[in-house]
Design a protein around this ligand. Structure first.
Ligand SMILES: [Zn+2]
Length: 204
């Protein structure tokens, strides 16, 4: 029986065990959600366990470190803030790392969306002094190119969230396509999964 067929036989509230790449147990998910992950090519099923190809636990760890470093202050406008913002947005290949993330208030994070930092500064007139933003804005083009290049060469295991993993998948399915400023989330699950969801090298 294929993984897909097996999932379809389960009751809809059956808790499918989920682990990340390092074997950490995550919250179980429903068979429908597991199926979606398989179809997106971001996970595989092994002995009834859904194994994610990316690392959501590491993602939470980085967010905690960013908040500890920046305090609860928005790096863009200086208001109190609690969300974590990717300075080079994820859809441009920006990574969840201390050198690409800052704390931002909900309003800034939301209104910037996927705009590049320089565009957002020009639009709002903010004068951020956060070193991460200053460093990236000073050589934005270089950092953008670097992010896109790195995205196409690094393994799926380097992705720390589903959003990152989906962008990774897009870049690897069509390496010639320019990265999109809009995340392609809604489109992905309608795509046909590749015959093998992962290159052999990423399988444990
Ligand atoms: Zn703000």
């Amino acid at each position: 029986m294929t993984a897909r067929a097996w999932l379809q036989t389960l009751p809809q509230d059956y808790p499918v065990p989920v682990v990340d790449l390092e074997g950490n147990r995550l919250t179980p998910c429903t068979p429908a959600k597991a199926l979606q992950n398989l179809e997106d090519g971001l996970a595989w099923l092994e002995d009834g366990v859904l194994r994610l190809g990316y690392r959501p636990l590491a993602y939470r760890h980085i967010l905690r470190r960013v908040r500890r470093r920046d305090g609860w202050v928005c790096a863009w406008c200086g208001d109190p803030g609690s969300t974590v913002d990717h300075v080079i947005p994820v859809c441009w290949g920006g990574r969840t790392r201390l050198d690409n993330c800052v704390v931002a208030c909900r309003a800034c994070n939301h209104s910037r969306n996927n705009a590049l930092p320089s565009e957002f500064i020009a639009r709002t007139g903010f004068q951020p002094t956060h070193p991460v933003i200053l460093r990236i804005v000073a050589e934005e083009k270089k950092y953008l190119e670097k992010a896109a290049r790195s995205l196409r060469h690094r393994p799926l295991a380097s992705c720390l969230s589903k959003e990152e993993a989906q962008i990774w998948l897009l870049a690897h399915r069509d390496p010639a396509a320019p990265l999109s400023p809009e995340p392609a989330k809604p489109v992905l699950s309608r795509w046909k999964a590749r015959p093998t969801p992962f290159p052999e090298v990423y399988l444990p």
